[in-house]
Design a protein around this ligand. Structure first.
Ligand code: NAP
Length: 481
């Protein structure tokens, strides 16, 4: 299979926070990969910006070091790197001061796409936006990219949105969550809306339940203090899991274009029922030989959860009666993210009682190996009579489409190119973010009011026993992690 890389228009991309962790690990190596794939036109330029005083050559050396550190050898080459370095320049600016802004204006061109990546703490967004206008740098068609977290509750999200709205129109703002840049997230929409096979069955009449899991092997070590103020609900449920839920449950948009897709996602969030406390399990990992959650965050009294499982109900015609189970945790048995649609059992088995009723399961894997798998029932081959087995109709990209297809762009790479193309479909709109917080806030406030204590679970396992019970009560089971 030949991959089709469509070059984007010439652009100036300014990365504020270019010396920071995210820029080094994801943004700059991702841009380098897009450059090597031929997606950047020769006129594309990337301008690093941060307070650190250094020249463009020092920044280019830093980028080379980041590429070598964070990309595997098969994904980099010396010649490509040298050519990429020629696209780079650097300006020292202080978001809260006056230094560097005139130089930044002089470094920018009038006749190319203009984008500003705010890879800095959200507390600096207002200062950056203000100076981009005060110094006449940002045009009215400039795009800005902001990173999650989008606030920590409804109030702070509204404040953040208001700060951005004071300087930029909503059509200019790209709120990024890298989960939405994954190939399979887009494939979920292709599977649903590009086939006649699934959509007629995609409702409470045929779907028994849906499970969405984002399990991580790592703990919170290294960013414990940040995580302890946040927790799994804010860090994972409020955004990525909620977005995956929306894409799974939304009505077909009239067109695959940003406002149509985002309108439909918003309706799902607004249709969510409040969750009863007995439908939520919060956990904290215990370490065994390794540090426990409490040790990782250096806070013996912490009531923050590193695991959450919950049962949700979407109160609309399509989904009434079909529960959605969400689960996410740190220090789990494996790193695994998937959306799994469990269809209902056949209403009656024409085969003997041993064969039992069967159900189809469609799983959409986001990581580790992106792909889609549909389990169907067939007759077990051989002379043993009519014995039924479930087998996968597996479509891992590598197997089905050739090895290049597995080499899909990293989520960040894809999303940054979408910014340059001006396509907001995979980015969150302000009202979506606020609606998600409006649903999340009462749950968190209830825990705080009751001083709810997370239950322990063993690191390296599948989460607390209580999460398994949440499923058993409904005569269901979690998928293996
Ligand atoms: P970081 O490592 O602390 O980097 C912050 C960057 O901001 C540095 O380049 C710093 O450079 C620059 N900076 C700080 N104060 C500044 C000022 N007054 N003016 C101009 N530049 C300033 O943070 P990060 O981890 O890269 O995170 C950046 C953003 O992405 C945050 O909003 C974070 O929540 C979000 N995020 C990060 C990750 C991740 O994996 N790291 C994941 C998701 C979201 P100087 O010191 O040279 O100024």
């Amino acid at each position: 299979m030949v991959s089709r890389v469509i070059p984007v228009d010439p652009f100036d991309l300014v990365i504020f926070g270019a010396t920071g962790d995210l820029a080094r690990r994801k943004i700059l190596p991702g841009l380098y990969r897009r450059f090597c794939d031929g997606q950047m036109p020769p006129e594309a330029r990337i301008i690093g910006a941060a307070r650190t005083e250094q020249d463009s050559a020092a920044f280019a050396a830093q980028v080379a070091e980041a590429v070598e550190t964070f990309l595997p050898p098969g994904k980099r080459d010396a010649e490509g790197l040298r050519a990429f370095q020629e696209r780079l320049s650097y300006v020292a600016v202080d978001a809260t001061g006056e230094a560097g802004w005139t130089e930044l204006k002089e470094a920018m061109r009038d006749d190319v796409v203009q984008a500003f990546y705010f890879s800095v703490a959200p507390s600096l967004f207002g200062a950056l936006a203000e100076r981009l206008h005060k110094f006449g740098i940002a045009r009215s068609d400039a795009r800005i990219v902001v990173e999650k977290p989008f606030g920590r509750d409804l109030k702070s999200a509204r404040e953040l949105n208001a700060t951005l709205a004071a300087h930029f129109d909503e059509t200019q703002i790209y709120r990024i969550d890298h989960y939405l840049g994954k190939e399979t997230v887009q494939n979920l929409m292709a599977v649903r809306f590009g086939n006649t096979l699934f959509e007629p069955l995609w409702n409470a009449q045929y779907v028994d339940h849906v499970q969405i899991t984002v399990a991580e092997e790592v703990g919170v070590g290294g960013r414990g203090a940040y995580y302890d103020r946040s927790g799994a609900m804010r860090d994972m449920v409020q955004n990525p899991l909620m977005q995956l839920l929306c894409l799974t449950a939304m009505e077909p948009p009239a067109h695959f274009e940003p406002s149509a897709v985002r309108d439909e996602k918003l309706k799902v969030i607004r249709a969510l029922d409040p969750v009863a406390p007995e439908h939520i399990v919060r956990g904290q990992y215990r370490g065994g030989a390794d540090p426990s959650y409490l040790e990782d965050v250096e806070n013996d009294e912490s009531l923050t959860e590193s695991f959450i499982a919950m049962k949700l109900h979407i109160a609309n015609w399509r989904w009434n009666g079909t529960p959605f189970y969400l689960r996410t945790g740190k220090r789990m048995k494996a790193r695994k993210s998937e959306i799994v649609v469990h269809f209902k059992k056949t209403p009656h088995s024409i085969f003997d009682a041993d064969a039992g009723s069967r159900s189809n399961v469609l799983s959409i894997r986001l990581q580790p190996d992106e792909g889609i798998d549909l389990r169907v029932t067939i007759k077990e081959p051989g002379p043993g009579g009519m014995r039924l087995i479930d087998v996968p109709l597996d479509m891992s990209f590598a197997d089905a489409l050739g090895p290049e297809a597995a080499d899909v762009p990293d989520a960040y790479e894809r999303l940054i190119m979408d910014v340059i193309r001006g396509n907001q479909t995979l980015f969150m709109r302000g009202d979506e973010v606020e609606a998600a917080w409006a649903w999340t806030d009462p749950i968190i406030q209830d825990w705080q009011r009751r001083a709810d204590r997370p239950v322990p679970y063993a690191a390296g396992g599948t989460g607390p026993e209580e999460a398994a019970i949440l499923m058993h009560r409904d005569d269901r089971r979690w998928r293996e992690i």
